[in-house]
Design a protein around this ligand. Structure first.
Ligand SMILES: C[S@@+](CC[C@H](N)C(=O)[O-])C[C@H]1O[C@@H](n2cnc3c(N)ncnc32)[C@H](O)[C@@H]1O
Length: 249
């Protein structure tokens, strides 16, 4: 069982239904109030067992075990519900990609940018695309380093996109789009760069193969295409390791 958000919701929901369907009739029969702390602990335990049986990674097991007890503890704080809505909206502004496609925000570092600059310089003036461009951590410094090349970034999280827009101001060789990366026409670029997650790589490779031109280059930071041997792996000097997997079309 893979760890998509929908499946994790389903697992937690199943644990809730299972425990409540036993606890409610039991305490109702005794005309006693449901003990919410014990009930939430029982839900956490059942969810943990289900997550273990379905071979979820260890962090998902911990999340499942702790989720309902934390809900119980949080409701004891009697926080105004509007704050939760505000927190949810704020997270969506930055982490939209995590919920919709299992691609959260983390940024390329300076060493990676230096390695990309070297790669691009060796190819000559290029059209470069960053799929899921974050706040412009690649496009902005690369646009400054390589004024003869052109840099496009697709980013769909509103606040992240906005920060990237501001950071890229005044650079005529940047095109900054608030758009879904799956809408990008990859055939228009010489080098396509992705720093996403393992989740979309197989589907992205299909798109790369269908759209990218012969002679162009696909570069994935940290996440190789499953089952495809890269033509080159650039070991970037940083911790944690962030290899650049290069696939020549
Ligand atoms: C790991 S970050 C990489 C950011 C940037 N490329 C860098 O190297 O610093 C991935 C980014 O992809 C964005 N993202 C996720 N899904 C997306 C989608 N479907 N369309 C556009 N952007 C997306 C996320 O919001 C996030 O900013």
């Amino acid at each position: 069982m893979s760890a998509t958000p929908q499946r994790q919701f389903a697992l937690q929901g199943a644990a809730v239904i299972l425990v409540l369907s036993l606890a409610w009739p039991y305490f109702g029969w005794q005309i006693a109030a449901l003990p919410w702390l014990e009930t939430s602990l029982a839900i956490g335990a059942v969810a943990f067992v289900m997550a273990t049986l379905s071979r979820q990674p260890w962090w998902w097991r911990l999340i499942h075990a702790g989720f309902m007890p934390l809900v119980w503890a949080t409701q004891r704080l009697e926080i105004e519900p509007g704050w939760f809505l505000l927190a949810f909206i704020s997270l969506q502004l930055v982490y939209r990609g995590a919920l919709s496609g299992q691609v959260p925000l983390y940024l390329s570092n300076k060493q990676t940018v230096a390695a990309l600059a070297e790669l691009l310089a060796a190819r000559g003036p290029s059209r470069f695309l960053d799929l899921g461009a974050g706040v412009g951590s690649t496009t902005v410094p690369l646009a400054d380093l390589l004024p003869d090349s052109h840099f496009t970034g697709y980013e769909n999280a509103p606040l992240t996109w906005f920060v990237g827009l501001i950071l890229g101001v005044g650079r005529p060789n940047i095109r900054w789009r608030w758009d879904d990366l799956w809408q990008a026409k990859l055939g228009e670029y010489d080098v396509v760069y992705a720093f996403l997650s393992p989740a979309p790589m197989a589907k992205l490779w299909d798109k790369v193969q269908q759209e990218m031109q012969p002679g162009s280059l696909f570069v994935s930071n940290s996440f190789p295409v499953p089952g495809v041997t890269p033509d080159r792996v650039i070991e970037v000097d940083c911790t944690p390791a962030r290899p650049l997997y290069c696939y020549q079309l």
